[in-house]
Write a new protein. Structure first.
Ligand code: FRU
Length: 486
């Protein structure tokens, strides 16, 4: 075991006595923005969900984590186990402590093999002579209680034809019973793709099978694919990934990077897509992953990172950054994926009340409330949280487009750089659901036809909303989550 401690490449094993407690104190001075029922890091920065797996009894989830600050430093995998998505128990983290992961344990996925959990991940390393990045694809074995048993490198370096940007292995069982994993990659001509490896069993050496072919996707300007995920949903195959470089459009691909799904048939390495769509059209959503090990693939459960690479947030000064979205159930409706929080979230709702709103209305604890309302396809404008400084958030619907505007709220320069409005086309809007959680907002249209997930930062917010027309709001409160052992 090596205890790395080199600038921002510092492992948690190198923490000085009391160091993390001091950082946690700083996090706790944030009275405004810490979420109540979304997963957020105890300290530091979190990004992608990793290693999501149902082991037959409980759900294991990890996330990318740098414990010491709100920056992308040495990546660890923070491990949580839950039965119910409400109480989360800590288990062994994946901590970089070998040369094949010297600059961080990057993203990856999980597979249950026998009574073990196999975590495939990228070991980020840098060559000492010239600081050149060298990606390893590694395997860590955990038992079902969440104890780390072993780690080993599977592949050293990128295969010929690809740059050093090969990462985020997501494993699955192929129809031939073998283990395959798909990695995001960049070709030597600087275009994005995904490549697939195969191994007979966990002791085997992986062989490169080739690229996943997805000709239906417009890959123009796309320089990298991150976080690929292949799954089955009913009779359909689904490919979820995060392409980087797509040109901004007025009603889609509005962020710097995007999370996309393709729905169709996977034939060997050829993906025949019938639908390709962005998964979420809010300001902050990236690198989603689905749970392996769910026997009923009629529905899949997905977590995404409420954040994006290269973004800063106002909470950075409190030394924490980002959160995970609510666990989302994916459901097929025709050739379209619908997304909604899993039933356990709805079952946890309490204190349901109904409000008739028109003009200004006060709603207790609006900033951690669930709201649901019917709009009969008619225009509306809702303004939330207007405070003494005039800060607020606006959600409006007009001419088949739902728009979220955070212009009049606190933003970092980088947030502003990518614009302060997001639009989502919903031709027939009947129902809107909003989950507010202090600095997080998840919006679902028409029972999950479209989703918009965003951060917003309004300190001293008033628990009120203003509606441009009469609406009946159902309001209730999701239960807060609890952590043990962290
Ligand atoms: C996506 C990503 C992955 C990488 C990880 C590092 O957000 O860039 O490609 O493995 O984050 O934290």
């Amino acid at each position: 075991m090596i205890i790395f401690n080199n600038g921002k490449y510092k492992s948690i094993l190198a923490a000085e006595a009391g160091e993390l407690a001091t950082i946690a104190k700083c996090v706790n001075t944030d009275q405004d923005f810490r979420p109540h029922y979304h997963i957020a890091p105890p300290t530091g920065l979190m990004n992608d969900p990793n290693g999501l797996i149902f082991d037959g009894e409980k759900y294991h989830l990890f996330y990318q984590w740098f414990p010491f600050d709100a920056i992308h430093g040495m990546k660890h995998w923070k491990h949580l186990i839950t039965h119910n998505f409400q109480q989360f128990q800590s288990a062994d983290d994946l901590i970089p402590c070998e040369l094949f992961e010297s600059h961080g344990c990057y993203s990856g996925g999980a597979l249950k093999v026998g009574d073990k959990l196999a975590m495939f991940y990228t070991g980020n390393t840098r060559r000492a002579t010239d600081n050149q990045r060298v990606p390893y694809q590694n395997l860590a074995i955990f038992d079902l209680d969440g104890k780390l048993l072993s780690k080993r490198p599977l592949i050293e370096n990128a295969p010929a034809g690809y740059t050093e940007h090969v990462r985020d292995p997501k494993p699955y069982f192929a129809d031939n019973g073998k283990i395959r994993f798909v990695c995001g990659a960049q070709r030597e001509n600087l275009t994005g793709t995904a490549i697939v490896f195969e191994m007979d069993n966990l002791e085997d050496r992986p062989r490169l099978l080739g690229e996943l072919a997805l000709p239906a996707f417009d890959n123009r300007d796309v320089f990298m694919w991150e976080c690929p995920d292949l799954l089955k949903l009913g009779e359909q195959d689904v490919f979820i990934w995060s392409p980087q470089g797509k040109a901004r459009e007025s009603l889609q691909f509005q962020n710097n990077y995007h999370a996309v799904y393709a729905l169709g048939k996977l034939d060997g390495l050829d993906f025949h897509a019938e639908t390709i769509q962005e998964l979420d059209q809010g300001f902050d959503f990236y690198a989603p992953q689905t749970f392996a090990g769910l026997s009923n693939q009629q529905q899949a459960i997905l977590y995404g990172w409420i954040g994006l690479p290269d973004l800063t947030y106002p909470t950075d000064k409190y030394k924490w950054h980002s959160a995970l979205c609510l666990p989302r159930e994916l459901r097929l409706q025709g050739k379209h994926i619908y997304q909604r929080p899993i039933p356990a979230i709805y079952q946890s709702l309490s204190n349901s009340t109904s409000y008739q709103v028109h003009g200004q209305t006060e709603i207790a604890n609006l900033d951690r409330a669930y709201l649901s309302f019917e709009v009969q396809n008619q225009p509306f404008e809702l303004r939330f949280f207007t405070n003494a400084e005039g800060e607020h958030l606006t959600l409006s619907y007009q001419d088949g487009v739902l728009s979220l505007d955070r212009t009049h709220s606190e933003q970092t320069e980088l947030m502003r750089k990518f614009d302060s409005q997001r639009h989502c086309e919903v031709k027939n809007l009947h129902k809107v659901e909003i989950f507010f959680d202090r600095s997080i907002m998840e919006i679902f249209c028409n029972d999950g036809e479209k989703a918009m997930t965003s951060r917003f930062f309004i300190a001293n917010r008033a628990m009120c909303l203003h509606s441009s027309r009469p609406l009946t709001l159902a309001v209730a409160y999701p239960q807060g989550i609890t952590y043990t052992g962290q």
